[in-house]
Design a protein around this ligand. Structure first.
Ligand SMILES: CCCSCc1cc(N)cc2c(=O)[nH]c(N)nc12
Length: 375
C-alpha cells in the first residue's frame, strides 16, 4: 500500500471533463459509475462479472457492514477486498444516510447518531470517529465523512443547522482519519445545503477551509427532482476545486448522469441498475424496458447484440420474460448484469465523447433517443 491517492485531469469539453483517480488498488477512469455493493456484494452479480462490465471501483456500506457481519469480523478476514474478492478500489459511505433511511429509534445529537439495528434491534452509536474507524477496518480506499443528509423539502433554517453540523463532523472525521488511515486512503468532504444556493456556497467554502482530496455533493436525489438537482449542481460545482474529484451521491438514471457530467461531476453511484434489474427493468440506449410485459413473450431479439456482455448479447427478451414470469433466479441475475454493463458503456461513451470534443453532440443525441417514458 504505497501509491498515494491522486487525481489527474484529462480532457475538458465545456464543463464536462475526463480524469483518472490513482489509488493503491488501481486507477479509476472518470467520469465513473460505481456499482453499489451494500453488504459486500453487488447483489446477484459475481465480482468477476462486475469487473468485466468495466467497473473500476465499487461501493460498500458502513451501516450494513457494521451491523452484519461487523467491521471487526471483516477486518479479521483481511478487509472487505479479500472478504468479497473485489481487488479494485472500494469507496465506502459513512453510514449516517443509511441510519436515517433504514434504522429505527434513531437519535441525532452533536456527538453522533444513536439507533437500533433494522436487523435485530440492537443498539448502536455512530460518531464521526467510529465511522472512520469502521471504514478503516473495512480497508476502504475512498472514505466519506460522517454527515447529515437533510430531508427534502426542508426549511432554510433547518437546512442551515444541518449543514453546520455536517461541517463540524467533517472536521472530526478528518482528525480521526489522519490519526488512523494510511497515505493510500482518501477522505472526501460532503457538501450539503439542500436547494439553497447560499448554503451550498457556505458548505463548499467551509469544507475547503478544512481541506479534502475530493468532494461529494450530498443532499440530492432525495425527491427534489431532476431540474432542482441540476440547479444545485449549477451553483455548487463551480465552487469546488477543479483539480479534485467531484462525487454526486446516489445518482442516478442515465439522463441524470449525462446532465451531471455536463455540470462537471466525475463520480456516481446508484442502486438503480441492480435494483431495477432484479425487478425486470432493462436499461437500454432507447430507454428502460419492463421485460415482464406481454409484448416481450415472443421477442427473439437480445437486449443489445452489439454488447460483449453475455447477458445483453446471448439471451432473447422472450427468454428473460419467461425467467421473470417463472420467478427464476437467473432473471434478476442476468438483468442486473446487463444494466451494470449498459451503465459502464454509457460512461465509456461519455469519456470518449469528451476526449474527442463532441460531448454536446453526444448529450443531445442521447437525450433525443433515450425515452424514459412511452410516447
Ligand atoms: C452506498 C450509498 C452511497 S450514496 C448514499 C447517499 C445518497 C444520497 N442521495 C445522499 C447522501 C448524502 O447526502 N450523504 C451520504 N453520506 N450519502 C448519501
Amino acid at each position: 500500500m504505497t501509491t498515494p491517492f491522486s487525481f489527474s485531469l484529462g480532457a475538458t469539453d465545456g464543463q464536462a471533463r475526463t480524469g483518472a483517480i490513482t489509488t493503491s488498488r488501481g486507477t479509476i477512469r472518470t467520469p465513473a459509475f460505481m456499482p453499489v455493493g451494500t453488504a459486500g456484494t453487488v447483489k446477484a452479480v459475481q465480482m468477476r462479472d462486475v469487473k468485466a462490465t468495466g467497473a473500476d471501483i465499487i461501493l460498500g456500506n458502513t451501516y450494513h457492514l457494521m451491523l452484519r457481519p461487523t467491521a471487526e469480523r471483516v477486518a479479521r478476514f483481511g478487509g472487505l477486498h479479500k472478504f468479497s474478492t473485489w481487488e479494485g478500489p472500494i469507496l465506502t459511505d459513512s453510514g449516517g444516510f443509511q441510519v436515517m433511511s433504514l434504522s429505527a429509534m434513531r437519535k441525532l445529537t452533536e456527538e453522533g447518531v444513536s439507533f437500533q439495528s433494522h436487523i435485530d434491534g440492537s443498539k448502536h452509536m455512530l460518531t464521526p470517529e467510529r465511522s472512520i474507524e469502521i471504514q478503516c477496518l473495512l480497508g476502504a480506499d475512498i472514505q466519506m465523512q460522517l454527515d447529515e443528509c437533510p430531508p427534502f423539502p426542508i426549511s432554510e433554517e433547518a437546512s442551515l443547522e444541518s449543514l453546520e453540523l455536517s461541517v463540524r463532523w467533517a472536521k472530526r472525521s478528518k482528525a480521526a482519519f489522519e490519526e488512523i488511515a494510511g497515505r493510500h486512503q482518501a477522505l472526501y468532504g460532503i457538501v450539503q445545503g439542500s436547494v439553497f444556493p447560499d448554503q451550498r456556497k457556505r458548505s463548499a467554502e467551509a469544507l475547503q477551509e478544512i481541506g479534502f482530496p475530493g468532494y461529494s455533493v450530498g443532499g440530492l436525489a432525495v425527491g427534489e427532482g431532476r431540474e432542482a438537482m441540476f440547479g444545485v449542481l449549477d451553483v455548487t460545482t463551480p465552487l469546488l476545486p477543479k483539480d479534485k474529484p467531484r462525487y454526486l451521491m446516489g445518482v442516478g438514471k442515465p439522463l441524470d448522469l449525462v446532465g451531471a457530467v455536463e455540470r462537471s461531476i466525475d463520480m456516481f453511484d446508484c442502486v438503480l441498475p441492480t435494483r431495477s434489474g432484479r425487478h425486470g427493468q432493462a436499461w437500454t440506449w432507447d430507454g428502460p424496458l419492463n421485460l415482464k410485459n406481454a409484448q416481450f413473450v415472443d421477442d427473439e431479439t437480445p437486449l443489445d447484440p452489439a454488447s460483449d456482455c453475455p447477458a445483453s448479447r446471448d439471451y432473447t427478451k422472450g427468454y428473460l420474460n419467461h425467467l421473470f414470469r417463472a420467478g427464476e433466479y437467473l432473471g434478476p441475475m442476468l438483468l442486473s448484469w446487463h444494466n451494470l454493463d449498459f451503465y459502464q458503456r454509457l460512461m465509456a461513451a461519455m469519456r470518449e465523447a469528451i476526449a474527442e470534443g463532441r460531448f454536446d453532440q453526444f448529450a443531445e443525441e442521447f437525450r433525443a433517443r433515450h425515452r424514459e417514458r412511452k410516447g
